[in-house]
Design a protein around this ligand. Structure first.
Ligand SMILES: Nc1nc2c(c(=O)[nH]1)N[C@H]1C(S)=C(S)[C@@H](COP(=O)(O)OP(=O)(O)OC[C@H]3O[C@@H](n4cnc5c(=O)[nH]c(N)nc54)[C@H](O)[C@@H]3O)O[C@H]1N2
Ligand SMILES: Nc1nc2c(c(=O)[nH]1)N[C@H]1C(S)=C(S)[C@@H](COP(=O)(O)OP(=O)(O)OC[C@H]3O[C@@H](n4cnc5c(=O)[nH]c(N)nc54)[C@H](O)[C@@H]3O)O[C@H]1N2
Ligand SMILES: [Mo]
Length: 763
């Protein structure tokens, strides 16, 4: 077993640490030269799109952009390890369920379609056609199509996602819970209302021009490493980089580019952030109110601060916002944000000193009860000086999964706009269901309550990624059938319905042959660039099907002659699927020709042209008060005899969401372990405990249901008092199903009210 230690990390993000980690990854997966070739093709014009994250690529230039966590993602898929029928013969599902998430993933790629056999409690092989027939039989037997749930994880290609939503809507439901519900849903909700578009407006070219970049609640050193390259260049040009984060994240402080020979030879590194505001968890809204107040005060004092022309021509709601800030109380803002009045004013001065401002944000903003309001405050800040729809400026929600934005563009949405449904009806002649479907949290409740009966997942790991783990498990286990389209073994395969199928698919790095011709798929990155992705490795097994093939064959099996779509014909050539996409979505007109250009094309974004697709035809300011009645506030009212903390759950450096690559979190100094909880040293002392002691973590919630995880080690850390941080997914049992963001339904995984009690090392 690996040594467990806590050792403060002194090096920069990137650098030799990253190269060393890559070497170990390749060794572990037994990837030699083949791996090198694979890696060099990531994000290249004729290669595949890196499945790591949604950060865009620099012009698909000829040099390989080094990204440690991209390498881990690609290597995990290209691994030489296999989880074939022998594995399932050897272990019963009960035995598999006792293994760790790390162990399950580490068995390697699935090779055959498998069906659960209740008599032996083993998965057994099944022929593809029999698998599709079984699903079709279940779907067609349901009293209502709304009793089936179709989950999507954001790695699915545009082609797979388009066919999927078409099939499911022709079948008769809008039940499309997806990973976006747990991720950037609040960004979409906030921005659509405000600027008429639920996506960011900036491109990489804007990063070259910005003179201030604000980063709220995001850890790019781990989750979007290639973003550090942009930030480093911006810093070198003299741009201000302002981070808001309760934790001191190494990747936001210093970075060494492994491709910079001088930096590597001299052990040098570049600073990233010029300003670091270590605010309280959930304190961003208060901090933003402070910044806005300072901006308005400066306008009153010296004038010429606001972009009055922009405000008058392009916006509504300014007066109400100004009014609400007038009597705002600095003391309240300081108390709720954890920043002093001087710090909030200093942050606002950076904003005022810049002509071109970009604001980025991630999960530290979206996974709170008041996330939509916080995002609207970020947008307010940008709008005050017209930082949208001009070069070098704009909002930049940094998406997670590599095609999560594309999946939404393709119609994977439980609340489809009427225009999309009208168009589907026009093009295909069936009547799509009009009622909104269930999001992730609603789908869990429905399964748990015995209503939804069939759960189908196009990728992802529903059993581990979702909140209130045991509620989710009850739900999945109550289903008549669960189906997982997937590349590797995970928790969702061992927590299953009465009948269960594992359908193994090609990964994005693999060659996809249809009719003997290699097929490419398309993806859309976080900046609305759409491009082609061609796999180049031989498939992990000859029995795999592509995701489009699985969806099309399932649609054919389920809908048969009653379908208006010739599913199998579409499958023969993915260019035909793209023609269908172009028919339904005008933004994708001439799709095949436009995507044939290396690097692809950018989807139109009306807000970046200062055209506002909102009800009023203008962009809007929204005044939001500081929340003083959050779950933590309420828990502190109720629990007087114990200290109530706000727990944030986050990713380590060695994981991809629920996929655990390793047990280290290098930049935070944690090695060989994951059951740790970061806490301020004074809070440890006040609890009467010591650094390294074991604790149990218990949620304080109002439904009487116990939620607790046991055996976490206290790690004294640079984090505000009253706040805790621990890793996801181990802490998901703590997130109540009913704890969701207002107007977005996103689980509030970054603000869980909890108490700590002395515990023991896990046995
Ligand atoms: N290697 C790797 N890459 C990934 C992923 C991965 O797991 N591994 N996941 C992908 C996915 S799906 C996503 S969505 C993205 C996620 O990427 P991120 O958005 O970076 O998500 P987290 O790791 O959850 O980190 C959130 C950051 O927000 C901070 N934070 C927490 N609470 C608050 C708060 O209240 N206010 C502020 N200002 N900050 C806060 C945390 O300290 C942490 O630095 O990354 C994508 N890329
Ligand atoms: N507590 C807490 N919970 C969270 C979060 C948090 O920060 N804290 N973050 C949330 C966020 S932002 C997200 S996006 C969700 C993630 O939720 P999901 O997207 O559901 O989870 P992943 O872990 O990304 O899914 C990994 C699985 O996808 C499968 N897979 C990998 N590649 C492919 C492929 O090419 N095709 C197919 N079909 N399958 C593939 C593999 O079997 C792998 O086990 O989790 C959310 N949950
Ligand atoms: Mo995500």
């Amino acid at each position: 077993m690996q040594e467990q230690k806590i050792a403060f990390y002194k090096g920069p993000a990137g650098g030799w640490g990253a190269l060393n980690s890559v070497k170990n990854t390749l060794l572990h997966h037994d990837i030699a030269l083949k791996g090198a070739k694979t890696l060099l093709s990531a994000n290249q014009p004729d290669g595949f799109d890196c499945p790591g994250c949604a950060w865009p690529d620099r012009n698909h230039a000829s040099t390989f952009e080094f990204c440690e966590n991209g390498v881990k993602a690609v290597a995990a898929e290209a691994t030489a390890r296999r989880a074939g029928p022998e594995l399932f013969a050897r272990y019963s599902v009960r035995e598999l369920a006792q293994q760790s998430d790390f162990w399950l993933e580490d068995q390697g790629r699935l090779t055959h379609p498998m069906v659960y056999d209740p008599a032996s409690d083993h998965y057994q092989t099944i022929a593809w056609d029999d698998a599709f027939a079984l699903i079709a039989q279940h779907l067609n037997a349901l009293p209502s199509p709304d009793q089936a749930v179709f989950y999507t994880s954001g790695r699915a290609s545009n082609e797979a996602a388009f066919l999927y939503q078409l099939f499911v809507r022709e079948y008769g439901t809008n039940n499309f819970p997806d990973c976006s519900n747990m991720c950037h849903e609040p960004s979409g909700s906030a921005m659509r209302e405000q600027i008429g578009v639920g996506k960011g407006t900036v491109t990489l070219a804007d990063f070259e021009e910005a003179d201030a970049i604000f980063i709220f609640g995001q850890n790019p050193g781990t989750n979007h490493p290639r973003m550090l390259g942009e930030l480093r260049e911006a810093h070198k040009r003299g741009a201000r980089i302002v981070s808001f984060n309760p934790l001191r994240e190494r990747g936001l402080e210093r970075f060494a580019d492994p491709q910079d020979k001088l930096e590597m030879a001299t052990l040098g590194s570049s600073p990233i952030s010029t300003h670091y505001f270590q605010l309280r968890v959930g304190g961003d809204l208060a901090a933003l109110r402070g910044m806005l107040k300072h901006v308005l005060e400066q306008e009153a004092a010296r004038g010429g601060v606001l972009d009055h022309g922009f405000i008058a021509e392009h916006t509504t709601g300014f007066e109400a916002l100004a009014q609400s800030l007038q009597d705002e109380d600095w003391e309240l803002l300081a108390q709720e944000s954890g920043l002093s009045e001087a710090q909030m004013r200093a942050a606002a001065d950076v904003y005022l000193g810049a002509d071109k401002v970009i604001a980025c944000w991630g999960m530290g903003i979206t996974q709170h009860g008041h996330s939509v309001a916080t995002i609207q405050m970020i947008m307010n800040l940008l709008l005050l000086r017209g930082h949208i729809g001009r070069p070098g400026a704009g909002p930049c929600p940094v998406r997670g999964h590599s095609n999560v934005q594309g999946d939404r563009s393709m119609g994977i949405w439980e609340k489809p706009p009427a225009a999309l449904l009208d168009r589907l009806q026009e093009v295909y002649g069936f009547a799509p269901p009009r009622a909104h479907g269930m999001d992730t949290v609603e789908a869990i409740a429905s399964m748990r309550d015995g209503q939804a009966q069939v759960f189908f997942a196009l990728g992802g790991n529903f059993a581990a990624a979702t909140p209130d783990t045991y509620e989710t498990w009850k739900g999945l286990q109550r289903c008549a059938l669960t189906v997982q389209v997937t590349t590797k073994l995970n928790r969702s395969h061992v927590v299953h319905g009465r009948q269960a199928l594992l359908l193994p698919c090609l990964g994005r790095t693999e060659i996809d042959l249809q009719n003997g011709q290699p097929q490419g798929v398309t993806v859309e990155d976080s900046m609305s660039m759409v491009h082609l992705s061609m796999g180049m490795n031989p498939p992990a097994s000859p029995h795999l099907l592509s995701e489009p093939a699985i969806v099309a064959r399932l649609a054919h099996a389920t809908l048969g002659a009653r379908s208006r779509v010739d599913w199998l014909a579409l499958l023969g050539d993915y260019a035909l699927i793209r023609d269908e996409i172009a028919k339904v979505f005008s933004d994708f007109s001439d799709f095949n020709a436009r995507v044939a250009v290396p690097g692809g094309f950018r989807l139109r974004n009306t807000a970046s042209e200062r055209i506002w697709a909102t009800a009023s035809g203008k962009a809007s300011f929204h005044a939001h008060a500081v929340p003083v009645d959050t779950p933590t506030h309420r828990a502190r009212e109720r629990v007087r005899d114990q200290r109530v903390f706000t727990l944030l759950t986050t990713r380590s450096h060695d994981q991809y969401n629920t996929t655990i690559y390793g047990m280290d979190d290098r930049y935070r100094g944690v090695f060989g372990q994951r059951r740790v909880v970061f806490i301020h040293a004074d809070d440890i002392r006040d609890l009467g405990l010591a650094d390294g002691d074991w604790v149990n973590i218990r949620t304080v919630w109002d439904d009487g249901q116990p939620r607790q995880v046991d055996g976490f080690k206290l790690v004294a850390y640079d984090i505000p008092r009253g706040n805790l941080a621990a890793y996801y997914p181990e802490t998901n049992p703590l997130v109540p199903l009913s704890a969701v963001a207002a107007l977005a339904g996103t689980p509030t995984s970054k603000s869980i009210p909890v108490v700590l009690e002395p515990g023991q090392a896990p046995g």
